[in-house]
Design a protein around this ligand. Structure first.
Ligand SMILES: Nc1ncnc2c1ncn2[C@@H]1O[C@H](COP(=O)(O)OP(=O)(O)OP(=O)(O)O)[C@@H](O)[C@H]1O
Length: 260
């Protein structure tokens, strides 16, 4: 881990009324890392993610982005430096694909021709055919295509950090797999630092360099998939049980049918 993390959480807390949604969490995310946050519903994953770009303000502790305390950075400027991909794409329904992707450059006052060129570049990056998709409304896209547009929009201001809240959760397994792989390639190609929330431990193991496990607002464990697999924590073992069982069942089934 380098001395200055890209995102650093130090003893961070956030309560909603009497509920501690994030409870004394410390986590460093290095430049270029792909970290998955895994945990059950209500464990504090989204709250933790949104504290980094000040969509939610912390009650205690310190959060740094590229070495700067986020409290000292204007939230709007901070969000330009950090791409955000929502669970359901979060696209504006009345805007075309091109207008959705180009909204940040437009807000930044870039000239029309530069925006159009950037939109084309971004659609190519997320592998959406420009001619076929540029002018469509979100309702005329599949779930997977919508998420590709969501990724393109998150990358529009050339952020170095991307936060993703269950980006592929609502997709069928094949689309989900393809999008996960494609995003992982983009992450590498663009040198991004990515934090992705997922309920799915298998997806986390396949995509992430490191996995952070949240439970009741606390960071229960963090490590590479191999490190987590050596954990003795009962909840972490429970989370790993499903992927392990899937592998065993698949191996058994494939070896049975191997002779066919
Ligand atoms: N704005 C809010 N006001 C009150 N309670 C909130 C608010 N946001 C989150 N919470 C509560 O904080 C806890 C953590 O929520 P959070 O959304 O971070 O969990 P999560 O792990 O992302 O859950 P999920 O996987 O279901 O999205 C939950 O109990 C939730 O109900």
């Amino acid at each position: 881990m380098p001395s200055r993390p890209m995102i650093g959480y130090a003893h961070v807390t956030k309560s909603f009324g009497s509920l501690r949604a994030v409870d004394d969490v410390s986590l460093d995310i290095a430049e270029g890392e792909f970290v998955a946050i895994v945990g059950g519903s209500g464990s504090g994953k989204t709250t933790l993610l949104r504290l980094a770009n000040r969509l939610i303000e912390a009650d205690g502790g310190t959060i740094t982005v590229e070495g700067e305390d986020v409290q000292n950075v204007d939230p709007v400027a901070l969000r330009r430096r950090i791409g955000y991909v929502f669970q359901s794409g979060g696209l504006f329904p009345h805007l075309s694909v091109a207008d959705n992707v180009g909204i940040t450059p437009r807000l930044l006052g870039e000239p029309g021709a530069a925006i159009a060129a950037r939109v084309d570049e971004l659609l190519e990056l997320v592998q959406l055919d420009r001619a076929a998709h540029r002018d469509r409304l979100p309702e005329a896209l599949s779930g997977g295509q919508r998420q590709r547009v969501g990724v393109a929009r998150a990358l529009a201001a050339k952020p170095r950090i991307v936060l993703m809240d269950e980006p592929f959760g609502a997709l069928d397994p094949l689309t989900r797999d393809a999008l996960g792989d494609d995003y992982r390639s983009l992450h590498r190609k663009l040198g991004l630092t990515t934090v992705m929330i997922t309920h799915d431990m298998t997806e986390a193991i396949l995509l992430a360099d490191r996995i952070a496990v949240m439970h009741s607002g606390k960071l229960l464990a963090q490590g590479t998939p191999a490190e987590l697999s050596n954990s003795t924590d009962a909840y972490v073992l429970e989370l790993l049980r499903t992927p392990r069982r899937q592998v065993e069942r698949l191996n058994a089934l494939l070896s049975q049918s191997g002779a066919a």
